[in-house]
Design a protein around this ligand. Structure first.
Ligand code: MN
Length: 575
């Protein structure tokens, strides 16, 4: 049932009753346009844009964005044109609708399992998304809300479509939400994808959810005690609540900790919301006085925020009854920015006009976006492009500094060469050595967050083909190849035809292992030719024959395979 009063109440709760009449108008317009249409789930179509708009209200987006959410499928799916929307509701709303419409729907034509034609489509949509988000960032939030509601109703689609959409969500949309700092949407997208992509593992986590309940019961008892104790310390706090870890991030963490729930201290974290930054530090002081902290777990993300802007103080304490418990201390604004990211940032901005939604090259938080739109113009090959986005932009980030103190963000495992290419192509090409924190390091040294990196150059130096094995980012790879290609004297030639190789992987068998392994291989766009399992007296050995066009990624894939849980050894041979 689509009940406008639900929506109205949500606006009123945000003291936005002034916007209700206009949005009601837009709602009726959309309802009329979609009249008679149904979703796969059997609901009237309007339920979809309606829910999308509700998500946008939750993110506290402005009226034009919410209106565009209500209208986002009108231009494409009904007889009402964009021109009519423009005449009825004005340029700003029409532009947003156009932006969302242009990205297009993932239509997912029927493709036999195992073929990879979905990639072209994903890539095409992603390119359009990048172009339109550079024009107005609200478009990407409307698109995220659209995808979130589609994921909530994914059960109505065929299994084939479920797999494709869930995979795309896990690989593109959830990381995108994360990069914009919208934790709440990221969590939900991941958990929804999780149940379709790894149903067995999802059920495993759900069955063990009683661990959540136990901790929740504990926290329910402990909260009033905490409340009193903090009061007595004269800490002025606004709220004290707790939040369970999402199923997907719990699963990821369990994989790193031998599936032992007892190793996870932030299964449920206590959040203390206080009035000011000063109070944050006073609160943590009080907490550390009340309870013994677990060594090495205190993190000050206020002094050194995460790259997506996240701020809080974290600590793990031996709380009441000596039980370990994670605490996150933050101000109300930090809290909202942590949950709603860029959306909260806009909400708190003092001056708002259409230009606030543009990507500003000077805003360090969005420098990655400017870079991303630059790269989408340069790289034509869909596989290479998708790979670049996934690894260079969405993988877990580290941030390092130039000697001048500028922040540069890179994927985990990046080397000084990646850093050099990220700063400037010539710096990369002429790179002959590097210093990290004043110490001379080799060029394959893994950088870590907080490192200060300076590059030693040598004029007329050319990159070496061996760098392709060292670098982590695809843009460095791309630049190195370009330079090698340009260099006519170079004896390296690049094969464009497929090469075949065999991975030999010694494993301990477990549920989901093959899936995890083939996931690593397919993320790199290697085609699996065949899989053989050799049972030995000891551990079983997997022989996987693959084909790839990109020789340079083989060692990286092998390294990734080594990280998969229960993988003991990985070897490979190129045929
Ligand atoms: Mn839609």
């Amino acid at each position: 049932m689509v009940d406008f009063s639900v929506f109205e109440n949500e606006l009123v709760a945000q003291q936005r009753e002034g916007e209700v009449p206009f949005l009601k108008n837009v709602f009726h317009f959309a309802e009329t346009a979609h009249h008679g249409q149904e979703r796969k789930s059997g609901e009237p179509y309007i339920a979809h844009p309606f829910e999308v708009a509700r998500i946008l209200v939750r993110l506290r987006l402005d009226t034009p964005a919410i209106a565009a959410g209500l209208l986002h499928d009108v231009a494409e799916d009904t007889s009402v044109s964009l021109e009519t929307i423009k005449q009825t509701f004005g340029d700003e709303i029409a532009l947003l609708v156009e932006g969302v419409t242009k990205i297009g729907k993932a239509r997912y034509p029927k493709i036999a399992v195992g073929e990879k034609s979905g990639i072209e489509e994903t890539t095409e949509n992603l390119r359009k998304l990048i172009v339109s988000m550079a024009k107005d960032l609200r478009v990407v939030l409307i698109k995220l809300a659209d995808r979130l509601h589609n994921m909530r109703t994914l059960y109505a689609l065929t299994e084939d479509k479920q797999q494709r959409i869930a995979r795309e969500t896990m690989e593109i949309y959830a990381p995108l939400a994360a990069r914009f700092g919208i934790e709440e949407i990221k969590r939900e997208l991941e958990d929804l994808s999780f149940q379709y992509l790894y149903p067995k593992e999802y059920r495993f986590i759900k069955t063990h959810a009683r661990q959540y309940r136990e901790r929740e019961d504990y926290l329910k008892q402990v909260t009033p005690v905490l409340y009193e104790k903090l009061r007595a310390e004269d800490v002025g706090f606004l709220g004290l609540h707790y939040r369970a870890k999402s199923y997907w991030s719990l699963y990821q963490k369990l994989l790193r900790h031998n599936m032992e729930f007892d190793m996870i201290y932030d299964l449920i974290a206590v959040r203390v919301i206080v009035q000011s930054i000063e109070e944050c530090y006073r609160t943590i002081g009080a907490l550390h006085k009340l309870y013994r902290p677990l060594a090495g777990r205190f993190k000050d993300y206020i002094a050194v925020p995460k790259l997506n802007g996240y701020q809080s103080l974290h600590t793990t304490l031996f709380c009441e009854e000596g039980k370990l418990c994670e605490f996150q201390i933050r101000t109300q604004q930090m809290h909202e920015e942590a949950e709603y990211g860029i959306a909260a940032h806009w909400f708190y901005a003092e001056h708002k006009d259409q230009s606030s939604y543009l990507v500003s090259a000077t805003d360090q938080r969005f420098s990655w976006l400017a870079l991303l739109s630059e790269w989408q113009k340069k790289i034509n090959d869909p596989d290479e492009f998708l790979n670049m986005v996934k690894i260079d932009f969405f993988k877990d980030r580290i941030f390092v500094f130039t000697p001048k103190g500028d922040v540069v963000d890179l994927p985990e495992g990046a080397t000084p060469i990646d850093f050099a290419y990220r700063i400037h192509t010539e710096l990369g090409n002429q790179c002959s050595g590097a210093r990290v924190n004043e110490r001379i390091v080799s060029l394959d040294e893994e950088l870590r967050s907080g490192d200060v990196v300076s590059i030693v150059i040598q004029r007329n130096k050319k990159p070496s083909a061996s760098w392709l094995e060292i670098v982590k980012t695809n843009f460095a790879k791309h630049k190195i190849k370009e330079s090698l290609r340009d260099n006519l004297n170079s004896s390296i030639r690049f094969e464009s035809k497929s090469i075949e190789l065999d991975f030999t992987i010694v494993v301990r068998d477990r549920i989901g292992l093959i899936k995890d392994i083939s996931r690593v291989i397919s993320i790199a766009h290697f085609n699996i030719v065949n899989v053989n399992i050799v049972r030995t007296e000891k551990d079983p050995i997997l022989k996987i024959k693959c084909a790839t066009k990109d020789r340079s990624t083989i060692s990286m894939v092998a390294a990734e395979l080594r990280k998969v849980k229960s993988v003991m050894e990985v070897g490979y041979r190129v045929n």
